[in-house]
Design a binder for this molecule. Sequence first.
Ligand code: ATP
Length: 486
Amino acid sequence: MKFIIKLFPEITIKSKSVRQRMCKVLQGNIRNVLRRVGVEARVRNDWDKMVVSCDDGDAKLHAAVVECLKCTPGIQQILEVQEHRFATLHDIYEATAPVYGPQLADKSFCVRVKRKGQHEFTSIEIERYVGGGLNQNFATGGVKLKNPQMLINLEVENDRLYLVSAIHPGLGGYPLSTQEKVLSLISGGFDSGVSSYQFMKRGCRVYFCFFNLGGRAHEVGVKQVAYYLWNKFGASHRVRFVSVPFEPVVGEILEKVEDSHMGVILKRMMMRAASTVAADLGIEALVTGESVGQVSSQTLTNLSVIDSVTETLILRPLIVSDKQDIIDTARRIGTLEFAETMPEYCGVISKKPTVKARMERVLEEEAKFDFGVLEQVVKDAVYLDIRQIGEETQAEVQEVETVQALSVADVILDIRSPDEQEERPFAVDGHEVLHLPFYKLATQFGDLDQSRTYLLYCQKGVMSKLQALYLKEQGFQNVKVYRQDA
Ligand SMILES: Nc1ncnc2c1ncn2[C@@H]1O[C@H](COP(=O)(O)OP(=O)(O)OP(=O)(O)O)[C@@H](O)[C@H]1O
């Protein structure tokens, strides 16, 4: 299969050398992400577009290739094409007729051509020639320029003809890693997932930093979101997931800091720790999901007090976004369901948080805080290669059996999101498959018939392992993981 990749529009205003560098990066990124789904692709750079050629086998793999390209930053549009060489106008018709002619029975149609290069004919002449030929030689429903039942898109460039069979919108943005790295403070809610995604789309390698405020389930959940985002939009490059065990800091704040200042001081502690982690990773900017006024304590005064704790640049891409827009983006990128069910583990919620923190007062409160505690948690931070999240889970859940063979009493529990279930229906011959999306497991697994054994199924086997671990922790022993290729 061949794909034409239309580059992000901003590339046209880049200098030749920047453009070359960005294209080279994108070429590599495309190869990398396709390799992850088992496809070795050739990527030809043609200045204003790229042509990706690969053997993508069956329909399932083809869909996986398209999905990868749709989620790769720096791509504006993806055209599925057949490539032909031609010399004359008639050659174009000859290549087009066998592909589209049989599909045109009784259908109105229209031919649209985009042309580049020196030719003896114009785009309109090609449209007329090919359209006329198809209309004469096949039993079509006639040419209709407005709202035809079938639109035939052709791209002509020098001596190459591309027959376009499908057009998919790309992500836009910049190719990943053409911009510098950032450290995203991720808490698993709607906001930090979206802010992380925005930086990936803009071409930054997004590393993740999570402050564990207490709660294994929260950490599992946040790891899931970070892994999901990386796997979907950023898998061309390795990044780290850093988990900082922040419970001792929370304890220290609860004990020593006056109630109204706890929130601001917790954030200042996070920024101090994140700056150290960032410096350690050679990263110059932190990203958060904060926006003005979202909660009463996210005032400009407080944000400014928070910022002053570090020289590291703090970026807040959602600063003026409306919550509904953030939620809509979360839904579009697939993080909504994670966020909706993320357990809240913040014990440091002031009953009456200050909206106008004063610096002197903050310093006074912080003077009571033992900074040795902060130093220690930063030392204890765990740095994971994000790919390890899958592997780590595997190691942690040794006691969760992964099975391939099914016994009659087993029930497969498909825990994928409803969208995914609809897109890629999953069935096993002669076996019962129940559907319970992962975000309902915590509340509804207990309602299932507990005399049965449930084999959790998801596409990649990562989520099912994490969830199996979680259920085991909740005391359910009747869970295993189901892999077709276990
Ligand atoms: N436990 C945490 N670990 C890492 N970052 C955090 C944590 N808690 C908060 N943050 C960062 O601070 C930002 C604001 O957090 P806050 O709790 O005030 O808002 P929020 O609405 O809960 O954010 P989100 O929707 O991203 O969870 C988050 O977007 C995130 O970037």
